[in-house]
Design a binder for this molecule. Structure first.
Ligand code: OFO
Length: 165
């Protein structure tokens, strides 16, 4: 049985994963409208992954005697300015999610809930990969700068970059 405190913290993470899915969906739309098909595909995929992260938490909370909450979400931005700015936002967002997972893991230790601590190790590992991936795409776009040919190849190749899950 989850403690009330942990149930609340897990529900907060459910909201964060749902919001992440929406943010990346909006990034996918922005990229698609700019004609960046590869980037759009990458972001659609990433959005689906965040939904999967959310569902995994939802099922866990319900199985452990809690009640998963489907919350109201903040609307993500519609515009991202430039590809570089958008990829910077992606990276910053993943760092933020990693921090929130770390805080959640901390609550499991406070509550002495080792089953949930164990369950969350998957998220800890996943965040390491996602941060590394976001860093890689950001580094690549910084290298390319304003080179149109480089951007074309980047857009073509980005879909091959995914996180194993
Ligand atoms: Fe990339 O955020 Fe989920 O865990």
């Amino acid at each position: 049985m989850l403690s009330k405190k942990l149930e609340k913290a897990l529900n907060e993470q459910i909201r964060i994963e749902a919001e992440s899915s929406q943010v990346y969906l909006s990034m996918a739309c922005w990229a698609e409208v700019q004609g960046l098909e590869g980037v759009a595909g990458f972001m659609y995929g990433h959005s689906d992954e965040e939904r999967m992260h959310m569902l995994k938490l939802v099922k866990y909370v319900n199985e452990r005697g809690g009640h998963a909450q489907v919350s109201e979400l903040n609307a993500p931005p519609l515009e991202f300015g430039s590809l570089k700015k958008m990829l910077q936002k992606l990276y910053d967002h993943e760092v933020f999610v990693s921090q929130s997972i770390n805080e959640l893991v901390h609550v499991t230790l406070e509550e002495k809930d080792y089953a949930t601590h164990n369950f969350l190790q998957w998220y800890v590992a996943e965040q390491l990969e996602e941060e590394a991936l976001a860093r890689t795409v950001l580094d690549k776009i910084n290298l390319i700068g304003d080179d149109k040919g480089g951007l074309y190849l980047f857009d073509r190749d980005i879909q091959q970059l995914t996180v194993e899950s």
